[in-house]
Ligand binder design. Structure first.
Ligand SMILES: [Fe+2]
Length: 218
């Protein structure tokens, strides 16, 4: 999928789940920074960034009343929500996507290192590397973005999120991914991304900058 198509998808997903596109662009930029920290070549960095942008594409197939429900989901609703991984994977296959990294990241970004995730309950190294790394990033972003029920933001929230990631290392998360993300966070290279935590604002310049990063491929 080219960058314009990816950007259009990101807009569609954000309209559908009533969030802003900033969440997606933050995780794209964290993913690219992680891939660079890992020493991957530019083409791989670019490929992972695009896979990250599409991670929740399956939410387009979740009914609005579940996706946009303000309160807690029932067990049945939660099961439907979990299907966004499978639906996203199917949607990409139907659209002719052949990139394995994208397909695997979309399907497996909610798997857990200990095998208790979804949709396939894969365990450990049965989960490929990209979704193992992405799970850490997605959680960090969820824990550091401004939500109605949360007071702390910025550095305070980030420290709390890092502690949570370490607590989940070896159970929820691949330990190496936690270590790597910790190193990246401590390096200060992602501080500027963290500043766009407010999901109630649109951050058009930030989103445009993220899109152009994807376009430049570096
Ligand atoms: Fe997801």
């Amino acid at each position: 999928m080219d960058v314009d198509a990816v950007a259009a998808m990101v807009r569609l997903i954000s309209l559908k789940d009533l969030t802003t596109a900033a969440h997606t662009w933050r995780v794209v930029l964290y993913t690219r920074a992680m891939a660079e920290e890992f020493g991957l070549p530019p083409a791989e960095v670019e490929r992972l960034g695009i896979a990250a942008a599409l991670h929740d594409i399956g939410k387009l197939d979740v009914p609005d009343e579940i996706l946009q429900k303000p309160g807690k989901l029932t067990d049945d609703e939660f099961r439907t929500m979990q299907l966004h991984t499978v639906r996203g994977h199917e949607r990409l296959l139907l659209s002719g996507e052949t990139d394995q990294v994208t397909l695997e990241l979309v399907r497996h970004h909610h798997e857990r290192w200990d095998g208790l995730g979804y949709p396939d309950r894969l365990k450990g190294e049965a989960i490929t590397r990209a979704p193992r790394i992405f799970a850490v990033i997605d959680s960090f972003d969820a824990m550091t973005s401004l939500r109605p029920y949360r007071q702390d933001v910025g550095p305070e929230a980030a420290e709390r999120a890092m502690a949570e990631l370490h607590a989940g290392s070896g159970t929820r998360y691949w330990p190496q991914a936690v270590e790597l993300f910790d190193r990246l966070y401590r390096s200060g290279h992602v501080d500027w991304i963290l500043e766009y935590y407010n999901d109630r604002a649109e951050h058009p310049q930030f989103c445009a900058r993220a899109v152009s990063t994807l376009r430049r491929g570096g």
